[in-house]
Design a protein around this ligand. Structure first.
Ligand code: UDP
Length: 382
């Protein structure tokens, strides 16, 4: 059967992600939108939060617990991440939870049949491969890896048909985990099309759209989808230095942070937003981005060509992102609020240095990655 409008035979895709952080959904949605752009109604994409949809405690609480666990000074997460970061441990843990989680996972896959199955998460892949064997599923299975450098072993459980990775460092990690080279494609991180489109927007226009001043630099601050890390001390430290700049903070879904920032008494203009859907325009309007080292935000900032000040990184998966940024001269690592503020002041005072860093940031951009990923997934054959 072919789609009447496009003349293409429709395909059903199951995109498995979870709202543990903002990045998995943002990436899956970006690829879904790109498929709609390329293939119209012929691409039928269903997005499922795998942990929530398993309807099994404690998995269904993972999205709520994630910011708390990661935020506890990072220590429990750091320990858990590194202890579990080998293929034997991934398989052991997945095997240990299988008797409890397996039936719900199998039931989820039975309720969401698809021609192509895609995982946008690192944790459930070994269990998904168990479930596929149990159900004798023959449809192609792809994993779209969403960390730039220090990619957890869970992403690379061998047995999937395609592993899409963002960098050569990630490809090396996949090879070490036992994935065969012909199953790996180095493409880039999926980012929303809005970031590519925003490149046609002048900074002046972007600022006009956002009611931002035109007469001084804009410093944008963001802590991922959940507003993570010590953003209040960072904002305070920057504001104390009274930069001749307009400060903007995007608090994401972190309501407590949003309210704390709204009532913060600082000696310079401070603009605070909650979760915004037009972050591409905010990035276009900005001159410097102060951010947690989240892989999605970084990939978006590369497309926007923004110099970066990294004030925090989630232990484990985001540590490699720091190296990626610093070694490529796209930004600086400034994990203490005072250091972050000094780095911002330095960039504001030296426009030439800022421009050089912006160019290095842009050199890391993979603006067409999403389109390439969508095409690869579409071309997977049963
Ligand atoms: N984001 C957004 N609106 C906001 C805050 C964040 O759309 O108000 C998006 C951001 O553009 C990025 C994602 O949320 O795509 C955050 O992903 P990242 O990997 O940087 O960090 P995470 O939240 O997964 O820890």
């Amino acid at each position: 059967m072919t789609d009447a409008a496009s003349g293409i035979t429709p395909k059903r895709f199951l995109f498995l992600f979870s709202d543990t952080g903002g990045g998995h959904r943002a990436s899956a949605q970006a690829v879904k939108d790109e498929m709609a752009r390329l293939y119209g109604d012929a691409a039928v994409v269903e997005m499922v939060d795998i942990f929530v949809e398993m309807r099994r405690w404690p998995f269904d609480r993972f999205p709520q617990w994630y910011p708390i666990v990661v935020g506890l000074n990072g220590i429990p997460w750091h320990v858990g991440y590194h202890l579990s970061d080998t293929m034997p441990v991934v398989k052991l843990l997945s095997g240990a939870v299988w008797p409890y989680a397996g039936p719900s996972l199998c039931s989820l896959l039975e309720h969401h049949p698809a021609d192509v199955m895609v995982s946008f998460h690192g944790v459930p892949n070994a269990a998904l491969l168990f479930a596929r064997r149990k159900l004798a599923l023959r449809n192609p299975f792809a994993i779209v890896t969403l960390d730039l450098v220090s990619v957890h072993a869970g992403w690379f459980t061998p047995g999937a048909h395609l592993y899409i990775v963002p960098t050569e460092a990630a490809r090396q990690r996949a090879l070490r985990a036992g994935v065969t080279p012909q199953h790996i494609r180095v493409i880039g991180m999926p980012t929303r099309r809005a970031f590519v489109e925003a490149r046609d927007l002048s900074q002046t226009k972007a600022r006009a759209l956002l009611n931002l001043p035109q007469d001084r630099p804009v410093v944008l601050m963001v802590g991922g989808g959940e507003g993570m890390g010590p953003l209040v001390p960072v904002v305070r430290a920057i504001a104390r230095r009274k930069p001749n700049a307009h400060l903007v903070v995007i608090a994401g879904r972190n309501q407590a942070l949003y309210h704390a920032l709204r009532t913060l008494d600082v000696p310079v203009p401070l603009h605070v937003e909650g979760f915004v859907s037009n972050i591409a325009v905010w990035m276009r309007a900005a001159d410097v981005l102060v951010t947690k080292a989240g892989p999605n935000t970084l990939s978006e900032a590369f497309i926007a060509g923004l110099p970066l000040v990294l004030y925090a990184a989630i232990p484990g998966q985001e540590e490699g992102n720091i190296l990626h940024v610093v070694e490529n001269h796209a930004g600086v690592w400034a994990p203490k609020p005072e250091a972050a503020a000094d780095a911002v002041m330095d960039l504001l005072a030296h426009p030439a240095q800022r421009a050089a860093m912006a160019a290095c940031s842009q050199a890391l951009a993979r603006p067409h990655a999403t389109e390439e990923i969508a095409r690869h997934l579409w071309d997977l054959q049963r």
